[in-house]
Design a binder for this molecule. Structure first.
Ligand code: KIV
Ligand code: ZN
Length: 391
């Protein structure tokens, strides 16, 4: 079988993820997350933004020193001070990356940076070259790329590549793009930037309209070979693309994408739990892959199907992402088959008559208390042993 191409996972949980309101982590907590990311086998950890504060610089430095077997990136604005701080923080990493960014949309150039397009081009040239003089790998990001003039964006990328950037990132900073537009932008950049075939194209999406994962996957179809993602999709405002969603989409639908990652998917749930614990940001129950209900079935028809053959309602196994068994939740939507299966697991084999009464009692209980736990089922089953209809 032909080995498919690899998409690199650039994890920015510790940088963009930490920018989620309330997600601040201590150095110890960041080290724990970094360790989990190594176990997960991401390709690059963006450890922070050293110019932001002395604490950030210290955390990035510690991660760069202690984390082995993975690239470690530090973010820098396109200024000499930021680039020097970034290098100071990551110089001891096995594979250091300086990640330089400058906004390229007119909205940002005029209202935030107050500089002309010409000045922006000059800044990119001198600052990427400065970073490259320190560090063998430099990534350049055009902040707000998706709202930038396309031809100007291509000019900026051309300058960045000539100055030494080997990774070119096309961020959808404000989560504005649609999958079709984002895919087309990658094709446009690939067709119009000289030397683009020599560098790695990267996708970085935010989830303001709930399209971050779809946009990231569209970029992969258009040739992106690095994706910037966070565990649980945490990040600025509505968050970034969720790592676990991209990894499992590529794995579950190989015919749609034809690429893979090096991620150990069985570690996804552990990674999710560590990040949730240290940031204090809970994972919504219906979150894809890592939410409590991601592999839970309550409706009777679904439970019956899953009991007959898991593929009826499960497109991946819970074990493949770190969960135990499928979770058949017993509630008022559950059917008799689901109840019988759970009672058998608990050691009770009821006759058809007993099961009929047990099911009645169970529905009455579920209506009173939303879900019925094993302890309640044991009570119902025990009553059936004495007199069916007695509960
Ligand atoms: O969203 C964004 O544009 C960023 C850049 C710094 C890459 O996070
Ligand atoms: Zn971002």
């Amino acid at each position: 079988m032909e080995a498919s191409e690899v998409v690199k996972i650039f994890d920015t949980t510790l940088r963009d993820g930490e920018q989620s309101p309330g997600a601040t982590m201590t150095i110890e907590e960041k080290l724990q997350v970094a360790e989990q990311l190594v176990t997960l086998r991401v390709d690059c950890i963006e450890a922070g933004f050293p110019a932001a504060s002395p604490d950030d610089l210290a955390a990035v430095r510690e991660i760069a020193r202690r984390t082995k077997g993975v690239a470690v990136a530090a973010l820098a604005r396109a200024t000499a001070g930021d680039i020097d701080a970034a290098w100071d923080a990551i110089r001891e990493a096995e594979r250091p990356v300086i990640h330089v960014f400058l906004a390229t949309s007119d909205i940002h150039l005029q209202h935030k940076l107050n500089i002309s397009r010409e000045e922006a081009l000059q800044r990119v040239k001198t600052m990427v070259a400065r970073a490259r003089a320190y560090c063998p790998t430099v990534e350049f990001s055009a902040e707000d790329a998706t709202r930038s003039d396309r031809d100007f964006l291509c000019q900026v990328f051309d300058v960045a590549i000539k100055a030494g950037a080997s990774i070119i990132n096309v961020p959808d900073t404000v989560g504005y793009s649609t999958p079709g537009e984002y895919e087309a932008l990658f094709h446009y950049v690939s067709a119009h930037v000289p030397g683009i075939e020599q560098v790695t194209l990267s996708a970085h999406c935010h989830d303001d309209l709930g399209m971050a994962t779809a946009n990231t996957l569209a970029a992969i179809r258009a040739g992106a070979r690095q994706v910037e993602v966070t565990i649980n999709g945490i990040g600025e405002r509505a968050g970034n693309t969720a790592l676990e969603e991209v990894v499992m989409a590529l794995r579950t639908r190989p015919e749609a994408f034809g690429v893979e990652t090096r991620v150990q998917a069985e570690q996804l749930l552990d990674a999710s739990r560590v990040v949730s614990r240290v940031t204090g940001l809970p994972v919504q129950p219906n979150k894809a892959i890592v939410g409590l209900n991601a592999f839970a079935h309550e409706a009777g028809i679904h439970q019956d199907g899953v009991l007959k053959h898991a593929l009826t309602y499960e497109i991946m196994t819970p074990q493949s992402v770190g969960w135990g068994d499928t979770n058949l939740v017993l509630g008022k939507h559950s059917g008799r088959h689901g109840l019988d299966a759970r009672l058998r697991k608990l050691g009770y084999r009821l006759s058809a008559e007993q099961l009929k009464y047990a099911y009645k009692s169970f529905i009455a209980m579920a209506e009173r208390q939303k879900t019925v736990v094993d302890h309640d089922l044991v009570y119902i089953a025990e009553c059936m042993q004495e007199t069916p209809s007695a509960v």
